[in-house]
Design a protein around this ligand. Sequence first.
Ligand SMILES: [Mg+2]
Ligand SMILES: [Zn+2]
Length: 200
Amino acid sequence: MTSEKFAGRGEAKGARRAVFLDRDGTINIEKDYLYRIEDFEFIVGVPQAIKRLNEAGFLVVVVTNQSGVARGLFNQDQVEKLHRHIQQELDRVGARIDGFYLCPHHPTEGIGEFRLDCPCRKGKPGMLLQAAVEHDIDLSRSFMIGDKMADVEAGEAAGCSSLLVLTGYGKAESEKLEKDRVGVFADLAQAVDSVLVENT
Ligand SMILES: [Mg+2]
Ligand SMILES: [Zn+2]
């Protein structure tokens, strides 16, 4: 690494734009503590929506709270195996996720080392901040799409524009949202349409 490049760290904004996606209830049908491949189902239109983001030059990064790991219901290897399956299914339509980040913690229900008030659990922005460093992302020109207030809050805390989808817990969560705080869309496909209309 050159000294000039090193000196610029911390001030330089990343070069890439990203769309951060929540997983459960946004990409796939919400099922409590999903980890089995056979239980995974894409919400209609999601693989094609991810492909449209790929083609428009956005990085697509999944950021997911998996307190089931903290609770001892499944382990991180099982989550990563499911994520490889998701990637393989997307491959079939020529779509791609550029990175998966997971928070395995819970501040009160976690067992052992996983009981942690961590910086990565959404509504905190830790996973987005880490991805920004690792993938050279300009957060101020990036988006966070999810079905919960914690997604909206994590996106806002990271300096992104947040969008709420009405799939998963989105309908109930939208009632907690102040009017006009963020864009609200029927599903990921419609949220992506909105991102692409305004930003390409
Ligand atoms: Mg969700
Ligand atoms: Zn965490």
